[in-house]
Design a protein. Structure first.
Length: 131
């Protein structure tokens, strides 16, 4: 949820809980998906193990059960041939911005109502947007 609303299209990932160390500071992602139109997600074909569940933007993720820090995250254990449910938590928005512009180069036959524009944070650092 974002601000009490169901969150659609939010990236959700499983990180190996035992994979972080002072030597290996990069998380090991095992599963990545997106929430559906009702904010639900499913990570399929997860091997048995211990994981942190992360949602949101790469630069400002939220971790289950709803913390901004991996140190406050709860480990989820996945066992063989089992479905783990109830891993629901709120995603804290990274912030807001107002964007104004024009998208050019779309076919004239494409209805504007179905065109979707995505931006990523790597462009913000350069103060330009790739569309």
């Amino acid at each position: 949820m974002i601000d009490g609303r169901e969150a659609k299209g939010i990236r959700v990932a499983a990180l190996v809980a035992d994979g972080l160390s002072p030597v290996n500071t990069e998380p090991i992602l095992v599963g990545v998906t997106q929430t559906d139109t009702t904010g639900q997600y499913r990570l399929d074909n997860m091997p048995p193990g211990r994981y942190f569940i992360m949602a949101g933007l790469k630069d400002s993720p939220s971790f289950y059960p709803g913390t901004q820090s991996i140190s406050g995250a709860r480990v989820v254990t996945v066992s063989r041939a089992a479905t783990t449910t109830g891993i629901d938590f709120s995603v804290t928005p990274a912030g807001t911005a107002r964007v104004k512009g024009t998208v050019r180069g779309l076919p004239s036959t494409l209805p504007k109502a179905i065109a979707t524009v995505y931006m990523d944070s790597s462009c913000a650092k350069r103060r330009e947007w790739s569309l």
